[in-house]
Every structure is written in C-alpha cells, then in structure tokens.
Design a protein around this ligand. Structure first.
Ligand code: V47
Length: 354
C-alpha cells in the first residue's frame, strides 16, 4: 500500500515511513494533515488567556540552546519571592487570565518549599486559577538535588495545587543529540517515565519537541514515535508542541535552521504521526504569529495563548516578550478563516467567537 493511502486509512506509520513523509511536497502534506484536523475539530482554533511566569533564571544545568538561564552571556540573575509571584498572579487574574504557566530554571539555592509554597499560596488566594507547572526536567532536578523520588515530588506538586504539567524539557529524545545539547539534564527515558507517572495519577500534560538546530529529520520522527507509544499506554497528553529553535544569545551555533516550509512540513507530519494526541499547538512565540496562522492549514488547531510576558524564547531572539493582545489575537484567527475558541487549560470550550 502506498504511503498516502496508509495515512488516509489512519494506519500506524513506521520510522521509515515517517521519514518518507518529508519527501512529499508541502501541499500534499498540508492536505493530509488538514483532513485529520478537520475531522477532529473542523475550523475551530483554540487559545487561552494565560500568563507565563518564570520565577528564576538561576540554573544548575547548562543547555547549549538556552539563552534564558543566567550564564556568562546573561549574568543578570534573579529569583522571585512568593510575594513577587502572587503580585503577578493577582494582576493577571484581574485582566482575565485563567492559567498560570510557571516554568523555572533549576535553582539549587532555595529548596523544594520555594517551589511548593508558591503553588500553595496561589491556590489559596486564587482557587479558580489553573496551575500548569513543573516540567519533567524540573521534577528530575528536584529529585536529584534533594534526594526525593519522582513520586514524592509529584505527590507534593499535587498536594500543593499543581493541576497539569507543561511539555518542556523534552528537547530531542535521541540520546546522542541530547547529550550534545544538554548533558546531565533529565534523560529521554526519565522524561517519559515522569509523564507516565503523572498520567498514572489521573493527571494530564503536554509534550514539546525542540527542533531546527542540529537534529535530523529522522531524530524528529523518532521523538514523535516515542511520544505516540507512551500516549497509547496512558492517553494523558493533551497537546504536542513543536518548538522552533531560536538562535540568539546562546551557545548552540552552526545549526540547520529550518525554512518556513520545513517548519510547516514538521507540523503536518506531527499531525499525521501523533494522531492519538488530540491537539497540535503552533506556539506562536517560536514559530512567529504569521507562520502559526498558516500552520492552522497544516494540522495545527491550537495557538497557545495571550501569554502576557514571555522570557525563555524572547531571550533567544523571539518577538514574544510582551505576549499577544487578546482582541488582536481573536481578529487574526478569524481573518485567517478559522473560528477562535477560548478554551480552559484542559480544552473545555469557554467562548466560541463566531
Ligand atoms: O523545554 C529553550 C525551550 C521550553 C529555546 O506545555 C527554546 O503548553 C526555542 O516547554 N529556542 C520551555 N525554544 C517552554 C515550554 C512550553 C512553551 C509553551 C507551551 C508549553 C505547554 C510549554 O523552551 C524548553 C526548551 O525546549 N527553549 N531555549 C530556544 N533557544
């Protein structure tokens, strides 16, 4: 059977078949991915009103691609107090934010309680807010640094009010590339084990893939297939988020920076291979808003949110530091021919903007 027929029949593709998808032309891939998107969500495009908070840039790990953590290139260290964090949450909730996306560097100085106390205080004061926090890399770091099991860290997260886990820290699962990018950080298998454990508690999470640096197309397909396998077991992933590598102010140079076509192909292929993860997120902070809007025709049904303040990707050159104005976001989705749907963090529909 030929590859296109296999995709149309929703058959499970092998590594080699996944790689072969890249040889199809962009228009064909777009049509195949769009068929899956339309079958799942029609012309709806999801977004939420959220706030990104990055409470510290002090990091015990060194990832070549990171421009956010305090290093020789970025010597300005900061760590927020709980009061600083609560002030941000209060302001954002007043502006309509329903989700706090909280991701930190791996801060070895302030203890587990600095992390957990922040969650607990947010939940006490703003019980309606959804806390999406702690990447698998952060959980692994706390486990290593403070001698806790993954289960102990996760139980503390749940007890203190974390609702779902973001997809960060996945980078690229290939062990050789991973060792080059971020030696010493959570391994691929540990990243997958942590999400499996989180899902076993009845909780949901996202999964990312950082691409457009030194990885090959085969590495991307391998990454997607490992996620597909875990999703078959747990069903706990809500969204897959391909993150386009940003190249400023860091230590990762001489990369295969992807063209817009390569980015769109990667979204479309992700939609095809990860048919069992409901949502495909075109995270506009890394793809640019223009490409994210086009990605809606290549399988993406989610554009993340208004973000309000973004520090990780913008440190590396992305034009995302001030987030996205809500009405402009809605207008752009509408005028690109899609139906903007405000969702909550677990994809319940809140407002359909017809
Ligand atoms: O894991 C770091 C990435 C991630 C760079 O779950 C970079 O809804 C591009 O995980 N260029 C953190 N990316 C962000 C993240 C995320 C973002 C939006 C939504 C969700 C979600 C999760 O940022 C890290 C890393 O892969 N990153 N440096 C860079 N130079």
């Amino acid at each position: 059977m030929d590859l296109i027929t296999k995709v149309k029949n929703r058959e499970r593709l092998t590594q080699e078949e996944g790689e072969a998808l890249y040889m199809l032309d962009l228009a064909t891939l777009g049509e195949l991915a769009d068929e899956i998107r339309v079958e799942k969500f029609g012309k709806k495009s999801y977004f939420n009103i959220n706030r990104h908070i990055n409470p510290t840039n002090v990091c015990a790990d060194v990832c070549k691609f990171c421009a956010y953590s305090a290093t020789r290139k970025n010597p300005n260290q900061y760590t927020m107090s709980h009061e600083d964090i609560l002030k941000i949450v209060k302001n954002s909730v007043a502006k309509g934010a329903k989700e706090m996306h909280i991701v930190s560097a791996h801060n070895p100085n302030d203890g587990v309680e600095w992390y957990m106390g922040a969650f607990r205080k947010i939940k006490e004061q703003f019980p309606e807010v959804h806390i999406k926090s702690m990447t698998a890399a952060e959980i692994d770091f706390l486990s290593r640094h403070y001698g806790l099991s993954y289960d102990e860290v996760i139980e503390q997260m749940i007890d203190n009010g974390v609702d779902s886990m973001p997809g960060g820290g996945a980078e690229i699962f290939d062990d050789e590339v991973r060792e080059y990018l971020c030696k010493g950080k959570v391994t691929s298998q540990q990243w997958l084990d942590i999400h499996e454990l989180w899902h076993s508690k009845g909780k949901q999470s996202n999964a990312t893939m950082l691409f457009g640096h030194v990885e090959s197309r085969a590495n991307r397909i391998d990454h997607m297939i490992r996620l597909r396998n875990l999703q078959e077991k747990t069903g706990g992933f809500n969204a897959f988020i391909p993150l386009v590598y940003q190249k400023e102010n860091n230590y990762l140079k001489n990369c295969n920076y992807p063209s817009g076509q390569e980015v769109l192909k990667t979204y479309a292929i992700a939609r095809i291979i990860l048919e069992n993860i409901p949502h495909l997120k075109a995270y506009w902070a890394t793809s640019t808003i223009n490409l994210a809007l086009i990605a809606q025709e290549y399988g993406a049904d989610d554009l993340d949110g208004t973000i309000e303040k973004e520090s990780i990707q913008s440190a590396a050159g992305a034009k995302s530091s001030n987030g996205m104005e809500l009405n402009l976001f809605i207008d752009m989705i509408k005028s690109s021919g899609f139906i903007p749907v405000e969702r909550d963090s677990l994809y319940n529909e809140l407002v359909v903007h017809k």
